[in-house]
Design a protein around this ligand. Sequence first.
Ligand code: UDP
Ligand code: MG
Length: 316
Amino acid sequence: MGPARLVLVIPCYNEELIIFRTYIALSDYYNTIKGQGLIAEDSRICLVDDGSTDKTWTIIQDLCSKDGNIIGVRLSRNFGHQSAIMAGLEKHANDFDCFVTLDADLQDDINAITAMIDKHSKGAMIVYGVRDNRSSDTWFKRFTAESFYVIMQKMGVPLVFNHADFRLMDQRVLQELGKFQEINLFLRGIVPLIGYQNEKVFYSRLGREAGETKYPLKKMLLFAWNGITSFSIFPMRLVLYFGVANFVIAMMIVAYILLSYILGRTVPGWTSTMLPLMFFNGFNMMAIGLIGEYIGKIYEEVKGRPRYIIEKTVNA
Ligand code: UDP
Ligand code: MG
């Protein structure tokens, strides 16, 4: 068997400031590893434009017209990082042997791909890129990101610590990935569920070369919340814990009321009626709210909407 046909899938959202630099770095790197015989000659780089509103797509089209190694895919609107990755992967699921996903901003060290390919050729079906150094991130980003992994793991989500979406997958893994039909895509949680032999490659995370993060705090929190509610019943279990505690307290109050009644000490008063009533009503509202969160998820999944719609494809 010759070297694997590789496709690099890169989601790009408003990356006009960096996309060209990324292209140069990647095509240099591709030429090198092709020369070394690590990947097949017909390996490609797929740039997925996630409904950018800047010149990203124009630049991608331009690159496609000059370089046959580049495949451009444009989504009809902004579907989000995870869906953009999925679009690029599924588009090529049958045409390549292995797939690497990588952010457009070159924060992940592309040279780590060499080690990924090496591990793949030795039988690994999934190779996770793991950041072993976050010194380039701000204190805040590092703190929030690492807390995210710890909390998620505590809640039972099968995450690989400090691994984002820089990973290699074999074609077989991709076939399986396609069977996960959920719309609330959280690839970091889904991929470990697929199983198969997997390996890790460590690299240090660099700073963003240009442009701004497309994950401001609000999006980051939403992403974490989505990850938790898609993979963990912990929040709902918390409601159960509260419920049990409340039940125990309620029973104690009932005992107190009964005792008071038997001893003929007092007629149950307004306070002892209204207080628990108010309290439990309040609690019920919270519980219903949380359960509603999950019902909302079921609702979204049941609708079976497409994850993305490709508007056009260049050099496919
Ligand atoms: N991205 C995307 N769609 C979005 C948001 C981000 O395709 O709605 C892409 C973005 O262009 C980049 C990658 O996802 O290639 C990661 O985003 P970013 O680097 O801004 O996130 P950070 O590294 O700051 O967490
Ligand atoms: Mg980034």
